[in-house]
Design a protein around this ligand. Structure first.
Ligand SMILES: Nc1ncnc2c1ncn2[C@@H]1O[C@H](COP(=O)(O)OP(=O)(O)OP(=O)(O)O)[C@@H](O)[C@H]1O
Length: 632
């Protein structure tokens, strides 16, 4: 069922592929090209004051065009929701990739890290700081290319990158010391620190600074002391040391990183900033669209080059990307007609799109109700007034540094989800609050999903509360009786390309695995809801004080015929490696399906999720669950 009529006839929505604090992301098909896209759906009512973040994210994405930055195709705004149609990254999060392999080899880390450096250097060149770099915000496409996502916390300091920022934001475990201290900081320098944490995570499979106690975490970050694993090469350790310099003035710069010997080792070439030209005139793609809409090429291009981020922009950018891949170029007729009268520039579809009271910057771009999409040409400074560049419009409900202590300790480690101080903006210096030096008490991390809104002052309370409320809607305790009742259909059979994040079993009965899994979840204090062969669980933090808060999905699936699997992906390889299976490998090589458990983090701290999954899968049944190649 298509829930959003605005998309009907243009996109076919499929399953949910991710959830963030603010958005649900669905896989969809762009019907004119048949290409898969990701649709980020945001409920305006839940966004509240964070709408400014979304505006900035849209503005940034429209300006950016880089191989390693997830492309925006279309922006649709209706009275209740905002939809961002984006490039679909089918390879999952880099975080899952690390977990899958425990840690990456130096050469794989280098291959990935070069892409990250290229994307971040490009961002900085255009005057943006990302401020939330972490493996959860880096996705992979089907060719193992990295794609940076989530620009909701990015900043574009007025006057350029040499100007300081003031808003404390990001994820505490990736936060630079100057952020933790609430000092003013340079966007470039905090991004380099976060990249240092990221590189360490790639190579070590663990965080350099981590603690269940936020005070202790900050102390560790400020000390700049972390464990240097013996398995890391001296060159890797040296580079990480250069990035994890507590004094930002001594930290390596992004420019130096581009040609650092560790990054050029074996590759020789310094990292290129690689500008993409997907917005260039592409004769063949324009010709196909012009023929399809029965207009002149010139007329088609006149329309396209306004970069309205409407359905035509999406169609064109998708055709360009298809051409780049060498796929056949073809447009399918849509059932919804007329689409857009290009000559007259009038839009007949999506009529119900309304002017939103809450989002003038987005809706102000709607001209006569026709031009639905705002455009910022590549590289051009966005004219959108945002929290970062309009200090007077910023709600000043709370001036405190969100890295500092919340007023009321909860005694529970909250997930170290990214945070942003809701009050001060980055153009109006605010006296930094010193980090508390009081005796360390377990406190709740000041993040956006606190259950008890009284823990959080000011507008943050509103934001956190609304996210929590929406989250609560999906959480129900499932009794064994309910499980029995909802058994339907058959688990999905995975293709060999879908085997990441899948733990293998040597069992062939999906129901049996489901029951074992449900028992383990119950034992672990995870409340869950079953839909078909998927269990959506939320960890009860009060029952797991050392773990924090997170939600995730475990899906029972069928693993394809082992003969068809590429060698590196075969469950048998992991079975051999870990010795989990009792069954001799040769007996597993048959044409029948085995049951697998596919896991997916929905919300909350990634490292907490990793630990919970490890524990649940270990509880499920030691005899029949193997953690595939991963630690989880
Ligand atoms: N283009 C994409 N392709 C595939 N999956 C995606 C894509 N964009 C997002 N996702 C998935 O959806 C999840 C949530 O997306 P995103 O981080 O953009 O949402 P958010 O609400 O802004 O998150 P946050 O809570 O970090 O602000 C991601 O972690 C990822 O797993």
């Amino acid at each position: 069922m298509v829930k959003f009529l605005e998309l009907k006839g243009f996109y076919e929505l499929e399953r949910t592929i991710g959830c963030g604090g603010f958005a649900k992301v669905k896989l969809a098909t762009h019907l004119a090209t048949g290409e898969k896209v990701a649709v980020k759906i945001m409920d305006k009512a839940l966004l509240g004051a964070d709408l400014a973040r979304v505006k900035l994210e849209i503005s940034a994405l429209k300006s950016l065009s880089h191989e390693n930055i997830c492309k925006l195709y279309e922006v649709i705004e209706i009275e209740t929701h905002i939809f961002l149609v984006m490039e679909y990254c089918s390879g999952g999060e880099l975080f899952d990739h690390i977990v899958e392999k425990n840690r990456l080899t130096e050469s794989e880390s280098r291959m990935f890290f070069r892409q990250i450096v290229s994307a971040v250097a490009y961002l900085h060149t255009l005057g943006y700081a990302h401020r939330d770099l972490k493996p959860e915000n880096i996705l992979l496409d089907r060719h193992q290319n990295l794609k940076l996502i989530d620009f909701g916390l990015c900043a574009k300091p007025e006057g350029g990158m040499a100007n300081p920022l003031y808003t404390s934001c990001g994820s505490p475990t990736y936060a630079a010391p100057e952020l933790v201290q609430g000092k003013q900081y340079l966007g470039t320098e905090v991004d380099v620190w976060a990249m240092g944490v990221l590189l360490y995570t790639l190579l070590a499979g663990a965080l350099p600074f981590d603690d269940v106690n936020i005070d202790s975490l900050y102390k560790k970050i400020l000390s700049g002391k972390y464990e240097e694993p013996p398995f890391m090469s001296l060159e890797s350790l040296r580079l990480i040391r250069c990035m994890l310099q507590v004094d930002p003035t001594k930290r390596i710069t992004i420019k130096e990183l581009l040609s650092h010997p560790w990054l050029t080792l074996g590759v020789l070439e310094p990292v290129q900033i690689m500008l993409q030209n997907s917005k260039m005139y592409q004769r063949e793609c324009i010709g196909i669209m012009a023929t399809h809409y029965n207009v002149e090429n010139r007329t088609m291009w006149q329309h396209l080059k306004k970069w309205k981020y409407d359905y035509h922009t999406a169609t064109y950018l998708l055709l360009v990307s298809k051409k780049k891949r060498g796929s056949g170029l073809k447009l399918y007729s849509l059932s919804v007609k007329p689409l857009i009268d290009i000559d007259k520039e009038s839009t007949f579809r999506r009529k119900p799109i309304l002017r939103s009271i809450n989002s003038p910057a987005l809706t102000d771009t709607i001209n006569n109700g026709n031009n639905l999409h705002q455009h910022t040409p590549p590289g051009e400074v966005s004219k959108l007034k945002t929290e970062e560049n309009t200090p007077n419009k910023t709600p000043k409900t709370n001036q405190s540094n969100k890295f500092a202590h919340p007023s009321k300790p909860s005694g529970i480690r909250k997930p170290y989800k990214r945070i942003r101080s809701p009050g001060p903006d980055d153009t109006s210096p605010v006296p930094a609050k010193k980090m508390s030096t009081e005796p360390s008490t377990p406190v709740s991390t000041p993040e956006r999903k606190l259950t008890n809104s009284s823990d959080t002052p000011g507008s943050a309370k509103r934001v956190l509360g609304s996210i929590e409320r929406s989250f609560q809607k999906v959480v129900n305790v499932l009794t064994p009786r309910k499980i029995e009742e909802t058994i339907t259909g058959r688990p999905p059979v995975l293709t060999s390309k879908e085997l990441f994040n899948v733990s293998t079993t040597q069992c062939r009965d999906p129901e049996f695995v489901m029951i074992e899994l449900s028992k383990a979840l119950e034992k672990k204090g995870v409340t869950c809801k079953r839909k078909g062969f998927t269990l959506r669980g939320k960890l009860d933090p009060s029952a797991n004080k050392n773990l924090g808060e997170c939600s995730f999905e475990l899906e029972i699936c069928l693993i394809p015929d082992l003969h068809q699997l590429p060698q590196s992906n075969t469950p048998t390889k992991s079975i051999l490696k870990r010795g989990v299976y009792n069954t001799p490998v040769k007996n597993l090589k048959n044409k029948e399906n085995f049951v697998g458990i596919r896991r997916k983090r929905l919300r909350g701290d990634s490292w907490c999720y990793k630990k919970v999954c490890e524990e649940i899968l270990a509880l499920t049944s030691k005899e029949f669950v193997s953690f595939s190649e991963s630690a989880v």
